[in-house]
Write a protein that binds this ligand. Sequence first.
Ligand code: ADP
Ligand code: MG
Length: 547
Amino acid sequence: MKKNKLIFFLRKLGPGFLFRSLRAKIILGVSLILILVTGSFTYYETTTRIQFELKKQEKRAFDISAAVLKGIEYPMLDGEMEDVQEILQKVGMLEGLEVVKLIDLFDTIRYSTDPDSIGKVNESEITLNALRTKELTKGLESYKGKKVFSHAIPIHNEQSCFKCHGSEKDILGVLTVGINWGPIEERIVALRNQKIAVEVISLVILAFFLIRWLSRYVTHPILKVTEFANEVSRGKLNAKLDLGKRANIWQIYKTHPGDEIVQLRDSLTYMLENMRGMYEKISLFSKDLESQVAKRTEELEQKTAELEQVNIDLKKLDELRSTFLANMSHELRTPLNSIIGYTELLLDRIDGDITEEQENSLTKVRNNAKNLLNLINEILDMSRIESGRVEFDLREIDVRDIIQTTVASLEPIIHKKALMIDTDFDENLPLAYADPDRVRQVITNLLSNAIKFTSEGRIILSARHSPKTKFVEICISDTGMGIREEDLGKLFDMFTPLDISATRPHGGVGLGLSICKRLVEMHNGNIWVESKYGVGSKFYFTLPVKE
Ligand SMILES: Nc1ncnc2c1ncn2[C@@H]1O[C@H](COP(=O)(O)OP(=O)(O)O)[C@@H](O)[C@H]1O
Ligand SMILES: [Mg+2]
């Protein structure tokens, strides 16, 4: 399966697949240049070496020739031809010498280190040339199947020779020294081959490091970017570009044959197309969104306008209520006060005597009228507080005075019950900073409640100072009926007279405590209650001290 895949892959890539990657191309180029440079360098070096060797051998051959000529001069003059042959034979023993021979003007070998060739026709082209041109001739040629460096110099006819050879001829023959070239050439070739081997190995190592370097710093990052672009173009928008990780080269080549740059181009083009598509979708979507927002804004504006209208209506209504309350205050309180006043006149018998029955009825009229007046006053107070139309006349007040005057004003009701009233004040009670009328209202309320809900026992009004909180704390405690635990939480809510059966005979609609709470809180104070059902209650409130 895996093999099939690979074959399919290679077929798809085509024959040039090896050179398809950018890396392969760069390496191929660099290698070619390197081979060319080192090759020509090696070639140049080898040829100079050959030239050098030739020069060296030429010098050697020349030296040998000179020595031979010198050596044979006297044997020749003396006509001792054997000695000439012997000298040649000896010289021929020198290392690397292939042949030394003397040729006469008829190209016949007269003396030679190779005795077999004596008397035969010379076959060396170079020797023949020297004979013809009468000049030193040298070069490489083949001698008996071997490569030799031949060095042929003409032997000039000198005065000493005239005796035997006469004076017309200018040369007498040619002396040829043949040096064996084979070993020299072998040495040069071996050196060259060695060099080539070193070069090839260095090239391979270089290529290896080049591949690593290229793939790490050039092609691999490109592939990673390509892979990344591929993923993004496929809609994987959370793709990450991690250059440290290996790229999945097979995956990339499968989809984009061609080198890395081509792949990158394809991927980026694909990505761009997708992005264009996305952009179109987004712009469509945003247009839709805009129209929706516009619609909603319009709706909102309409609603706001409606609300504004409702607000205006509400304000009007509030004004109406205020005027109504003001009117009611006047229209109800005036007649009620006159009812109370006249009833009291009658009760005081100022208009004449009345019967006991009449007195009872008139007392009921007076009490109910007072309750009604009280109720109206509470409703008016609450409504003023609710609409924020209460003004405070803040000043430094002595809480003790207010408590005492309030107790005095309620004395008549207290005396009707078997109640003891006590006060208890801190010695250095500071002045509180509050509206005296409002404070009196709060204390009256709490004290009337205490009297109302206590049939016998004791009521204590106390005031103390807590320097830590900088507040004066007032407490009204009674030994009355107390409040059930479950009712404590709703005590200060509006219109909550508790346990109707118990409180009904006492009158009241349950506004007093909520008015107290508002008034105290408007002074930045606090109000709370501690109570035990059947044992008694303690109502506390605090007022600020002027700093
Ligand atoms: N000192 C108290 N002892 C027992 N119950 C009390 C006391 N003060 C208030 N309450 C309870 O709290 C209720 C609410 O009091 P309040 O707001 O003054 O209204 P109201 O006096 O008109 O009934 C009273 O109806 C009563 O049930
Ligand atoms: Mg009350």
